[in-house]
Structure formats: C-alpha cells, structure tokens
Design a binder for this molecule. Structure first.
Ligand SMILES: [Zn+2]
Ligand SMILES: [Zn+2]
Length: 334
C-alpha cells in the first residue's frame, strides 16, 4: 500500500476522485430526474455514490486513524435518515405543489416577486440558484457558530472526532430546518422553478458526501470555488481560529466575500471535535440542547454547584477551545 501511495498513479487518482465522483453523481441525478419516480432513483444514485466513496476511503484514506470505529455510526445514520426523510417529504410535497397551485390556489401561492429568469438556460438558473441558496446556507452556518443559542444544535455535527462519509448527515434536526429555511425561502420568493430546487438538492447531496470523506484527494484550484474536503477539515478543527472558517456548504464564494475563507499551505487539520460533550444515544442527542444540563454539557461547562461561600467566587466554565468566536465568555448566565 505504501508503494501505491508514492506512485504517480496514486497522485493522478487523488486529483480525479473529487471531480469524477461529483460529476458521476450529477449524471446519475440527471437520469433519475428524467424518470417518473425521480426521488426513488435519486436515492439509488445517492447510495451508489456513498459506496464509491467508502471504497476510496478504504483504498486511499486521508487519515488512517479515522478508520477506527468511534461508536457513533448508528447515531450518524439515524440523524441522516431523520433529516433526509424530512427533506424528501418536503420535496415530494413540492413536486405535487405546482399542479395544486395551478388548479386550486395560484394567487395564494404565487411568488410575491416572481423575478426569476425562467427564460435562461437551466444550467445558468441552477448556478444562480446555488449562489442565492448558498447565501442563506452561509449565514445559517456562520450564525450557528457565532450564536450560542444556535451552536447548541450545531455542536452535534462537530462532536465527531473523525470525518468519513457516514457522518455527512449528522445534524440536529433543528439545525437542518434552519438551514433549509434560510436557503430555500429566498428561492421561493424569487419564484425559482422546481428543477432548480432539485438540482440544488443534488449538488448539495454530493458535495456534502465529498466534504466529509476520508479520502486523500487533491483538489487544487477547486478549493477556490467549492467546499472541498480540504477546506471542510479546517472547519472541523478543534482550534477556534481554524474552525470558525469555511462556512460554505457547496460554494466558498460567500466565505471569500465575508472574509472567512481559510486555506493555508499545509495539510488540513486532523485534530477535530469540540471541547464540550454531546449525549451518547440518538434520542439523548436530540433532546440535549433543550435542557439546561444538556446545554451546559454541550458548552463544555461544569455542572452547576450548590452556592457556597467558596463556590461563589469560582468560575464554573471549563476552558473552551471550540465552538464560537464570541466564545464561552459571552454565554449569558442561566
Ligand atoms: Zn460548522
Ligand atoms: Zn461537517
């Protein structure tokens, strides 16, 4: 294996994996969207891409130690299914909405602006849609790091200590709902058509799988345009200055515009995670952000001590290296 990793062939494969998997996924999505049951076939494509990425994670891992089990695989899959199921339900409703709107309630459901450029080629519309959706995704993600009231949900995603394809969908359902709302509402307001939503969903699905993959990919100039594994590993770093960067989900355009783009010339971090603690079970992880005790655990604070003369002068906060630039020192006292 060591010989393979030092070969020219390995370097070529490293450069090709990201664009090949991304384009392969999009081609699969194209055929899925042509079929009568496009959601079902899209899922087949999605799972095929997961299998391809898993194969390359075995063949050429970025970090060998991330191949070890962390006991979170079930939780990762359960959160993915909960989020993905919700999104697909919304998509299924969305697919039938145009007919309902056309026949029953067109005035009530019509876009308030309807300024979308429907006459443009679909490819250009999808690029435009990605830029618009990404603005919402960027701010949803950035605020999730900068506001403790939102970090309590987003911390679940950062609590893993290894990155691999299976923890792509590990988001608290509230975190996902906020992201979907902020990214999709502007598109509804502008009057974007259903195919634009479908293609944005496809791009987000495949880039999401790739950003978390544990494959030794070389992405070069792609790092300037897309959220690549290299950029996203910095985002998962335990160090505050490295972790509060690269918020883009698909594109890094808004990171560059708002000054949070981070891509130093060295291998990206493998020291990932948070200093707080999330619950061990799936249900515990869902409930934890809603309780005072759970919130303190997520923030890396010690449990509240009974007030004593000695205890009143003692800080109850543990040293927090993650999550947020405003930091644990700005957490309002509960
Ligand atoms: Zn994040
Ligand atoms: Zn991530």
């Amino acid at each position: 294996m060591r010989q393979f990793s030092a070969s020219h062939f390995y370097t070529i494969i490293s450069c090709l994996v990201w664009p090949a998997v991304f384009c392969g996924g999009l081609i699969g999505a194209y055929f899925a969207f042509q079929s009568s049951s496009h959601l079902m076939w899209f899922n087949v494509v999605y799972l095929s891409v997961v299998a391809v990425i898993a194969f390359f994670e075995w063949l050429m891992p970025y970090e060998e130690t991330w191949r070890k089990k962390d006991g979170e695989t079930f939780n990762d899959i359960a959160h993915t299914l909960l989020n993905k199921g919700g999104v697909q339900l919304a998509a299924a409703l969305g697919a039938s909405a145009p007919m309902a709107v056309a026949t029953v309630a067109l005035p009530a459901f019509a876009s308030p602006l309807d300024i979308w450029p429907h006459a443009w080629p679909l490819f250009i519309q999808v690029v435009l849609g990605l830029v618009v959706a990404e603005f919402g995704l960027y701010w949803a993600h950035r605020l999730a790091h900068e506001k403790n009231s939102l970090w309590r949900f987003h911390a679940l995603h950062h609590s893993v200590e290894r990155l691999w394809v299976i923890n792509t969908g590990r988001f608290h359902v509230i975190d996902s709902v906020i992201k979907i709302a902020l990214s999709q509402i502007p598109l509804y307001v502008f009057g974007a058509p259903l195919p634009v939503f479908l293609w944005i969903g496809a791009v987000t699905a495949f880039i999401g799988l790739l950003t978390h993959c544990n494959i030794d990919v070389k992405t070069g100039a792609l790092d300037w345009l897309f959220s690549t594994p290299r950029l996203h590993r910095w985002h998962h770093s335990k160090l505050l200055d490295e972790g509060n960067t690269n918020y883009g989900e698909n594109l890094v355009l808004w990171d560059q515009v708002f000054g949070s783009y981070f891509n130093p010339p060295r291998p990206s971090s493998t020291q990932i995670g948070i200093s707080g603690r999330v619950a061990r079970t799936f249900w515990g992880q869902l409930v934890q952000p809603f309780t005072t005790k759970g919130y303190r655990e997520i923030m890396g604070r010690k449990p509240k001590q009974p007030a004593t003369f000695e205890g009143q002068n003692r800080s109850t906060d543990a040293g927090v290296t993650m999550p947020v630039p405003s930091g644990a020192d700005s957490i309002p006292a509960e």
